[in-house]
Ligand binder design. Structure first.
Ligand SMILES: *Cc1c(COP(=O)(O)O)cnc(C)c1O
Length: 380
């Protein structure tokens, strides 16, 4: 779907393309139909609730990382709500229990602390424990839930057999942007360590990090792996809870060139920020793709792109173009829908990008604009 970016009323703006989102969801529906797995959206990675009527047509619900995400899942999608936190709190646990269908404890201690309270509030809630299979091939430590001294999930050494009869499920989450071979490695470790407990459960949740919608992902193999797992375990229910794969390649962040300076090289200052609006470009780190650009030096005119904050390292990278840039040009960062606006900050008081939807007919709707109040209201 093409759109005339020069006609946008303002920037910066995230534009989520519904046709691309539905294409991702259709692929997940195929996985669901052919494997029998249930798929829920991890809100942590993608929480644009103006799309949830569409998402809810394809997926079984949401997985939430705590009270606020659980409330959003209940309010805006109202399908299954699974809630996991590294640690729940006394003053939130009852509301979480009330609005969740499934609650996932991170440790036996948390289970013992809250199980009775949760069941008293919501007798039909399903209860699960997140285990740590201590196997991961995650590419980056920051995103490795099974790394050294990880706090995420219960290791076999810390497992407490006395709670098994009260558990409905086991969860693990060990992947990050990975293909099905990585899942197979994790599953092998999970079954080797926790195999004795699986068959008493109603479900096993394979977590997220499955890069299902990436072009080179082996979807057929994923379907087989799930089918085989179910066959080994009395047709047990399997959940997947992808975040990134739902929002993968579904839209852009559009920014404008505000100024161009030369300090040994040409530097374009944009009305967006790597730090505030594209945080994984600094945290992962990675270089976002920019439409119609090449690597530094590849095309005639090379620029470093910098954000409009005072952080020296607020740099998106270096990009080259056939024609020189001019003030007001639109810069289109590709694939900026997952793990972007869910992490945004108002660092430096910089304006949060608007959120927009592009429908399949090419019509753009700005669903949320932010202003000074959003900055002020988070301070006092
Ligand atoms: C982050 C997370 C997910 C989603 O991961 P993606 O990489 O976005 O697919 C799912 N489950 C848990 C427990 C997570 O922490």
């Amino acid at each position: 779907m093409s759109i005339d970016f020069s006609q946008l009323p303002h920037t910066p703006m995230y534009i989520c393309e519904l046709a691309r989102l539905e294409k991702n969801l259709q692929l997940m529906q195929r996985v669901k139909n052919e494997s029998g797995a249930k798929i829920i959206l991890a809100l942590k990675g993608f929480a644009m609730w103006s799309t949830f009527d569409v998402v809810g047509n394809y997926l079984q619900g949401c997985t939430a990382s705590g009270l606020h995400e659980a409330k959003l899942a209940r309010e805006k999608m109202d399908k299954e709500v699974h809630t996991y936190s590294p640690a729940f709190k006394d003053d939130e646990i009852e509301e979480i229990a009330r609005i969740s269908d499934d609650i996932v404890f991170n440790s036996p201690a948390q289970f013992h602390r809250y199980y009775a309270r949760v069941k008293a509030i919501n007798p039909t809630i399903k209860v699960s424990l997140r285990v740590n299979p201590e196997y991961s091939s995650s590419p980056v430590d920051l995103y490795n839930p099974c790394g050294l001294y990880s706090r995420l999930g219960t290791t076999l050494a810390n497992f407490d057999e006395s709670i098994v009869s009260k558990l409905d499920g086991l969860n693990f989450h060990a992947l990050c942007e990975q293909n099905v071979d990585a899942l197979e490695g994790v599953l092998e470790a999970f079954e080797a360590k926790f195999g004795a407990y699986i068959d008493g459960m109603h479900y096993v949740n394979f977590g997220g990090g499955h890069h299902i919608t990436r072009v080179d992902y082996d979807v057929d193999r994923l379907i087989e792996v799930i089918q085989n797992f179910k066959a080994r375990h009395n047709n047990i229910t399997v959940y997947l809870e992808p975040g990134e794969a739902v929002g993968w390649q579904t839209g852009v962040l559009v920014a404008s060139v505000l100024d161009i300076i030369d300090n040994g090289m040409k530097i374009a200052i944009l009305d967006t920020s790597a730090e505030a609006h594209m945080p994984d470009t600094l945290a992962m780190p990675y270089r976002a793709m920019v439409r119609h650009s090449g690597e530094a030096g590849e095309k005639a005119h090379t620029y470093r792109f910098g954000g409009n904050t005072c952080l020296a390292g607020d740099i998106m990278g270096e990009y080259s173009f056939d024609e020189p840039l001019t003030i007001g040009d639109k810069i289109i960062f590709e694939d900026q829908i997952h793990y972007t606006f869910v992490k945004n900050t108002t660092f430096n008081g910089i304006k949060l990008p608007s959120l927009a939807l592009l429908d399949p007919k090419g019509e753009l709707t700005i669903v949320h604009e932010f202003g000074y109040e959003d900055y002020r209201n988070r301070l006092s």
